[in-house]
Write a protein that binds this ligand. Structure first.
Ligand code: GLC
Length: 514
């Protein structure tokens, strides 16, 4: 691949806890992942993004990082991580690691030192410690996971955490924080990683003491851009490396500011992920993406470890996604959801830019909506006062083989229970079925290498509920979101997400033609 590999890559997201368990403790790990690298190479992906793999008390699935320069012992060792990077590279697969700069863990050396050093100490200045006001927290900020964004420590001070109390926010005006994160980036680039995914990238800059200025007090503050300019300067001293930001902003122009030539290489396209299964809505998101991005490459993402799995979402009467209401328990039609998820996959894979595939998406796994209360681990469940069941339903360990749990995930009992019905969804079962979701992804990813990825598209004027475009390479992608079959464009059929009776494109189907 050329130096700008990230402009067109197919990037597979590995949630390490749930991918494959190599040591039988019921939790996925690097040993398990290393034994499955050939499977990922066969799938046809170009890179892996790994969710945090650092030492962590796991108060938020590893996004509470205790040490940014080591590996969580449950996942393995730093030596194993280095071996994994080398083994992936041998297969032509690049590695992207997750860096979490907004907050750390209460178990980190800096936070422990801050607690021990007491009010007014230099150690506390790396965080947002404040005295309370009138017996309560310093201000009325709410945690993104629910409840107040402040927690009081025994000496009476309060510290800020935009997420769980176990995730104290760093003070990004402090020079130690800036210097230390540049060192973290160097640490991983020196170990050969090809990219960094930046967690919660738009909320780093805040000042709880500032007078309200009409802007959001902690989202998308201008100071974020200075941080990413510094990160980009460092990244550019290494060949061929990239930064991808997790930036949840509804406004495409604000989002595009993170992609100025001296900032991040890419950001996740969450408006695409949140869009309902509706042609005008999808068309608008796609057009807005290109308008806002200019020369920066687009990314396409249908799911990740924070959102409802597409098969479940697309089978519901409301097919949009919004963190504010995950629609837990809303009725879903699984076969309609699967049919649409297949069509959506071919659409996403055909669009110009890079594409992210969250583990299990290629197996058509549904959201597990009936996990018993007592196994739920997502802090959203407790922080919301048990009103939001959170994200565990999309984090259930993968089914690899066999006809009953743990489905080849490992030899131990998986940390979240797998539904017995997943026996038809294992990698083994789907590998030999040419009509399976896995076969569709494999074929599509291999075709994508030749015909798709970075480039341009030209829209065709067609029915308003049909999305039809031709890529610069000549491939035409057409998706029928109308309730009736429509004629196929001319060309030789390469692939379709569902059968094409009478040579027509049925509802909820995508076809690729050349
Ligand atoms: C990001 C992660 C999410 C995590 C949060 C706090 O949104 O994707 O899983 O809970 O940041 O770190």
């Amino acid at each position: 691949m050329p130096e700008t590999w990230w402009r067109g890559a197919a990037i597979y997201q590995v949630y390490p806890r749930s991918f494959a368990d190599g040591n039988g403790d019921g939790v996925g790990d690097l040993a398990g992942l290393r034994t499955r690298l050939d499977h990922l190479a066969d799938l046809g992906i170009d890179a892996i993004w790994l969710n945090p793999w650092y030492p962590s008390p796991m108060a938020d699935g590893g996004y509470d990082v205790a040490d940014y320069r080591d590996i969580e012992p449950v996942f393995g060792t730093l030596a194993e991580a280095e071996a994994l990077i080398a083994e992936a590279h041998e297969r032509g697969i690049r590695i992207i690691v997750d860096v979490v700069p907004n907050h750390t863990s209460v178990a980190s050396a800096w936070f422990k030192a801050a607690l021990a050093a007491g009010p007014g100490s230099p150690e506390r200045a790396r965080f947002w410690f404040r005295p309370g006001v009138a017996g309560g927290p310093p201000n009325d900020w709410r945690s993104i996971f629910g409840g107040p964004a402040w927690t009081q420590v025994p000496d009476g001070e309060w510290y800020l955490h935009l997420f769980a109390p176990e995730q104290p926010d760093f003070n990004w005006t402090h020079p130690d924080v800036r210097v230390d994160f540049l060192d973290v980036l160097r640490f991983w680039f020196d170990r050969g990683v090809d990219g960094i995914r930046i967690d919660s990238a738009a909320v780093l800059v805040k000042d709880p003491d500032a007078e309200p200025d009409g802007l959001d007090p902690y989202t998308d503050r201008d100071g974020c851009h200075d941080i990413y300019r510094e990160w980009r300067r460092l990244t550019d001293t290494y060949p061929d490396r990239m930064l991808v930001g997790e930036v949840w902003l509804p406004d495409a122009e604000r989002l595009a500011r993170y992609l100025r030539p001296d900032e991040l290489h890419t950001v996740f396209n969450f408006p695409f992920l949140g869009a309902p299964w509706n042609a005008p809505a999808l068309r608008a998101v796609i057009d807005d993406t290109f308008t806002a991005l200019g020369d920066a490459p687009a990314t396409w993402v249908l799911s990740n470890h924070d959102v409802t799995r597409p098969v479940t979402r697309y089978g519901r009467p409301d097919t949009s996604f919004d963190h504010a209401d995950r629609k837990h328990g809303m009725a879903t039609d699984p076969s309609l959801g699967l049919r649409r998820a297949r069509a959506a996959a071919l659409l996403a894979l055909a669009l110009p830019g890079s594409v992210y595939i969250y583990q299990g998406e290629e197996l058509g796994l549904p959201e597990v909506e009936d996990l018993p209360d007592e196994v739920l681990q997502d802090p959203i469940w407790t922080r919301s006062g048990h009103t939001d069941r959170g994200r565990d339903g999309c984090r259930v360990p993968l089914p690899w083989s066999g006809t009953s749990p743990p489905f080849g995930f490992g030899t131990g009992t998986p940390w979240l229970p797998q539904p017995p019905e997943w026996k038809t969804l294992t990698v083994e079962a789907q590998s030999t079925d040419p009509d399976s979701m896995l076969s569709l992804y494999r074929t599509a990813l291999h075709l994508r290498r030749t015909h798709l990825g970075d480039g341009t598209l030209t829209w065709h004027d067609t029915h308003p509920d049909v999305l039809s475009f031709t890529r610069d390479t000549g491939l035409t992608c057409v998706t029928n979101l109308s309730p009736t079959p429509v004629p196929l464009p001319t060309g030789t059929l390469l692939l379709s997400s569902s059968p094409l009776p009478h040579n027509l494109l049925p509802p909820d189907t995508t076809a690729w033609l050349l």
